[in-house]
Write a protein that binds this ligand. Structure first.
Ligand code: SAM
Length: 230
């Protein structure tokens, strides 16, 4: 009898390989994402990389060949961690790296539709042994700066993908008009109560059109005040 080697996920499975799983679990259990977990719209598994080490110190890093400052993460524990994961169809393994392709809203949209699972490898120290690249599908950066670890990158990507999954946000309509839903387009200004407020001795009022109840005119105003990214 044929048994399919893959697990099929209706919703999104995120797996994170990290030496700080508590960072991932703390954030992902909060607010909108926490509710998405409860509703089983997403599933998150944070794996402690040290579980795949063999020495008594649970070392995940070593000195760099060729010398130089800092430590480099070893590839064997990462290889073992990846091998231990259940196979899932439509999955991408992503290495967080300052050298990677830059993450953006268009990729978040594509992956939220196309994928059933994303696996993140979070570097620390001076980075990871270059041979890790043969184990990953993509190397992704969240911006042109250097962080101390890949966890914020993994959280950024998971957050931006998860909120696009149908049923995760209370009101999916808000996704159509928000910043970056079309490349380079930024959302119109938003206001809430009170209508009038004094800040630093100056009075600031809500634009009167937003109080008019004239919805075609409000839509026109919003369209006019939608900005283009500089
Ligand atoms: N020496 C590396 C370099 O110059 O590119 C930086 C290593 S950084 C201190 C440690 C880890 O943080 C990286 O392996 C990566 O996983 C993560 N990281 C740092 N900056 C990042 C960024 N902009 N986007 C995604 N991950 C990043």
């Amino acid at each position: 009898m044929y048994t399919c080697p893959y697990i099929f996920y209706k919703n999104m499975l995120f797996e994170v390989i990290t030496i700080f799983p508590e960072i991932i679990n703390g954030y992902m259990k909060t607010g909108v994402l926490g509710r998405a977990l409860e509703k089983k719209k997403i599933e998150v598994r944070a794996h402690d990389l040290r579980d795949w080490t063999t020495d008594k110190h649970k070392s995940v890093d070593d000195t760099p060949y060729g010398g130089g400052a800092g430590m480099v993460m070893k590839v064997e524990p990462i290889y073992k961690a990846l091998k231990s994961l259940k196979k899932v169809k439509k999955r991408k393994v992503i290495l967080l790296s300052a050298k990677g392709k830059q993450w953006n809203q268009q990729l978040a949209k594509k992956y939220s539709k196309d994928l059933q699972s994303m696996v993140f490898i979070c570097g620390r120290y001076e980075g990871i042994d270059e041979r890790v690249l043969v184990l990953v599908d993509e190397e992704i950066s969240i911006g042109d700066y250097v962080l101390t670890g890949g966890e914020l990158g993994a959280l950024t990507i998971m957050d931006s993908v998860a909120r696009l999954i149908p049923g995760v946000l209370g009101n999916n309509a808000s996704l159509d008009m928000e910043s970056h839903s079309k490349p380079g387009v930024l959302e119109y200004p938003q206001y809430t109560k009170p209508e009038k407020i004094v800040l630093n001795k100056k009075t600031y009022k809500v634009p009167p059109i937003l109080l008019s109840g004239d919805h075609p005119k409000i839509a026109e105003w919003r369209m006019k005040h939608t900005k283009k990214k500089k």
